[in-house]
Design a binder for this molecule. Sequence first.
Ligand code: HEC
Length: 294
Amino acid sequence: MRALCLALALCLGACGLHPPGTSAPDAGRVAAAAQDPDARLEFRVDGRTVRVLTLGELTALIGPETVENFDGYYHRAKRFRALRLDRVLAEAFGGAVREPLRTRQFLLRARDGYTVPISGERLLEPGAYLAVRDLDRPGWEPIGPQRANPGPAYLVWREPSQVDLETHPRPWQLAVIEIARFEAVFPHTAPAGEPDGSPARRGYAIFTDLCIRCHAINREGGRVGPELNVPQGVTEYRPEAQIRAYIRNPLTFRYSAMPAHPHLGDGDLDGLIAYFRAMALRKHDPDARPDAGP
Ligand code: HEC
């Protein structure tokens, strides 16, 4: 009975599900599939849920591989059982989207509110994987001083050229993969009316690239860091020099989950400040209650 079950399990996992031209998963994978097979990953297109798959279902559809690479959160090499992300996306969005996925914009949403916009071109680069098990230790090794648990699904990148956390973000506790135009999801973060090429526009580009994954403006964006525009804009309650110094290196102020940005030049910081000032004049707060005094 045991042998039959094993054969069946192996076959369910490894037989018949792989189109010609793709490699079959390696044999040991049944023993080391997803750490949490019941965890669900949701796939959305323009706000509509098109598919919900458990990690167990995904692992059965897509043979996991062993992926090893330097991990910028652990500061050393890590090994994971992981699913090729291009296959995950093809499986999940296959029927729902007609255009090639690499031409679309994506949002990766984590359980804690971390929300990172990323282009399809980047997300479909060879080397992107969805890690479903930490192979270096049972359970998931916690990350950083906050001891965050990256599971049950953690985005990782395999190539040495993909270790920079800003260009190749690694959202952990991934809950939703969404196809959506940035302007549609975050319409109130743009400095409307500012001309192209202005400092505020430059700051907006930096903000969407590096900051919006953790910070909201006008209640739109990530929830890991504080909202920076409503009720008060950050330039309204903090001196400009302090904001600049904080963005460059928050750890000189306090221990926090905000990364340092030492590579941002004075022009980049001028842009960010111009963007914050522009947004302070464009407040939008769906939650504001005029009657709610202190
Ligand atoms: C990984 C998440 C993360 C990213 C990315 C991030 N921040 Fe932060 N940020 C935080 C957190 C968390 C805090 C709150 C820290 C605290 O209070 O200890 C914070 C605080 C701040 C503050 C201080 C706000 C206040 O009133 O105290 C500013 C200003 C700020 N961030 C700007 C930025 C800018 C600009 C960027 C992009 C260049 C950025 N942050 C990127 C997480 C992030």
